[in-house]
Design a protein around this ligand. Structure first.
Ligand SMILES: *Cc1c(COP(=O)(O)O)cnc(C)c1O
Length: 311
């Protein structure tokens, strides 16, 4: 099966819109901003998670009876993958970091509705998720299952991410994306050049959503060919204290994006990217006339809290 067949079967809206963004922010008038609205691909399979899974699912959907993967209690990846498996008639097992048995998140409630098997791992066990011995034990426990790493981040993810650049029919000077496990950024770096100006180099600018100087660069680099000569950089000053940490200023920005510009963002990923964009514009960090594409990676389901107010 090809990714195109699969996206038709799943009812996805692709290509996603590339939308002009003209905020009333100091510095914005000097550049041209675009948002690649991957959040609009599908209400459940949000944003970059489809891009990262498309090739792998297309290769295995017809032959794999069972998929096993990892994530936190709010994971956009488990949510997207769980829904795909349900639609494709594939058994799904979610290995979840921490124990939410007494207060399942909305994400986990959705997975249960889609008949996923949910297994809670202690934080210590979860840390072993990429260890060869741990994976070997899982293979024995779930014979014939396809085991997908956390976030869907594996080498085949890069080709899928690259398709989002192929969809952009404009020249691009800078591409801005959030970075957590790094596969989305690596896919953009690998595809960089597709819509570059002949005269200039394209740069991929990652916004770290967690505290990981050096760590995130290594995650991205592990997916790239060693001779990759593309221009990329990760900015580390916009994570607001770490993964899923927020600040009043960040929450205000998320609200502004929704109310003023009609673009829903959540504070874990895309909110931090637009916060960074606003700051960088104010600092005149971009050359005049640059064409800048911001990748809206979606993730709005992860911002839901349960009716009892647990988060
Ligand atoms: C998972 C996720 C990311 C991070 O992507 P990586 O490839 O792990 O760096 C960014 N945005 C959203 C909305 C996500 O769900």
């Amino acid at each position: 099966m090809t990714p195109e067949h699969l996206q038709k079967q799943l009812g996805l809206s692709l290509p996603s819109p590339l939308q002009r963004f003209t905020p009333d922010w100091p510095g914005a008038e000097k550049v041209t901003l675009w948002i690649k609205r991957d959040d609009l691909i599908h209400p459940i399979i949000s944003g970059n998670k489809w891009r990262k899974l498309s090739q792998l699912l297309a290769d295995h959907a017809a032959t794999t009876p069972h998929i096993v993967s990892f994530g936190g209690g709010f994971s956009n990846h488990l949510h997207a993958l769980g829904w795909c498996c349900k639609q494709l008639g594939i058994e799904f097992t979610a290995l979840v970091r921490g124990n939410y048995a007494d207060s399942p998140t909305p994400m986990l409630t959705d997975l249960s509705r889609w008949q996923a098997n949910i297994r809670y791992l202690t934080k210590l066990a979860y840390k072993q998720r990429d260890e060869p011995d741990f994976i070997a034990a899982l293979c024995e426990q779930y014979p014939g299952a396809l085991i997908i790493p956390e976030g869907g981040s594996q080498q085949a993810a890069l080709a899928g991410v690259q398709t989002l650049l192929e969809e952009c029919q404009i020249t691009i000077d800078k591409i801005i994306t959030p970075v957590a496990s790094g596969a989305t950024m690596a896919g953009l770096i690998n595809g960089a050049g597709i819509n570059a100006r002949a005269s200039a180099r394209q740069q991929v600018l990652g916004i770290a959503v967690l505290n990981g100087v050096g760590y995130l660069e290594n995650l991205v680099a592990q997916f790239l060919p060693t001779n990759s000569s593309h221009d990329w950089q990760i900015l580390h000053q916009f994570h607001h204290g770490g993964y899923a940490r927020t600040s009043p200023a960040l929450l205000t920005l998320c609200e502004e994006m929704r109310q003023e510009y009609g673009i829903p963002v959540e504070p874990v990923y895309s909110g931090k990217v637009f916060y960074a964009l606003k700051s960088l514009l104010a600092q005149s960090a971009f050359a005049a006339g640059e064409q800048i594409v911001i990748v809206h990676t979606g993730g709005l389901q992860g911002a839901r809290t349960d009716p009892d107010g647990h988060s």
